[in-house]
Design a protein around this ligand. Sequence first.
Ligand code: NAP
Length: 278
Amino acid sequence: MATATGKRLAGKTILITGASSGIGRSTALEFARTSPKDLKIIVTARRLDKIQQLAEDIKKEVGEGIKVHPVQLDVSSANAVSEFVNQLPEEFKQIDVLVNNAGMVKGVAQAPDIAPADLSEMFATNVTGLINMTQAVLPIMKARKNEGMHADMPGAGDIINIGSIAGREAYVGGSIYCATKAAVRSFTEAMRKELVSTRIRIIEIDPGQVETEFSVVRFGGDKSKADAVYKGVEPLTPDDIAEVVVFAAGRRENVVLADTLVYPNHQGAATVMHRKPA
Ligand code: NAP
């Protein structure tokens, strides 16, 4: 029997950025598991092989009730993003839920030693990319008609932005990443206010420490440095965040999970965590 969340999500079209690994990949799977009979999911990332594999994995686990459309996309290119949205196949065009998840961090350098290329890439992905996606998808949501008591107020859909504890609290060695996530937070809050007369929900979910490819990317592929980040602690899994994303999208339309901070049990702030001795 379908859960209330499963029933509310049925028939929807979900678009997820950064679905080739970590939180994005888990989110696609969790949506599919929650509403396995009637859902369309568009999964995007730069690594096409990974999202094609994800589409296969979803079909294998959940069956043919889910239509998955994998598309290679670099969110930092405004042209690529608008072309992608314009060229979506007819049956995937009516996006109901946008999960702005693509994001990354490079290095732990401090000013004045931050490489200009790292600075540009972090802002281009985490901030400009998220805004590119939002601007391309928002017209679809704003044009959506409502019924009943909201018939005179067009606009419906969900934009779920994956922020970070780093956007609430800056830490040493994370100045640029923290600044990008603080920018996401400001953009999200402004949009929630700007769209208040519509039924569009603007949702931010801020994870604490999650074990994904995030730290491997931060240290340029150095797995031992990435592993050291999680030494003596038990980080969240990407599935933990995926469950919160799907929960937020699956609330009754009048319920907005506006802003959520999610920690593992050992974490009390960006850099306050209890580590077990080795
Ligand atoms: P991850 O495993 O490294 O996944 C990041 C995803 O973003 C990948 O699918 C990557 O795919 C995609 N991506 C990166 N640059 C992109 C671009 N220019 N265009 C399109 N896709 C791009 O890391 P994750 O932890 O799941 O990160 C997901 C989100 O959670 C990020 O926004 C991150 O800032 C946030 N977050 C993570 C943590 C954590 O501790 N892990 C904590 C708080 C917040 P491709 O490389 O294939 O493009």
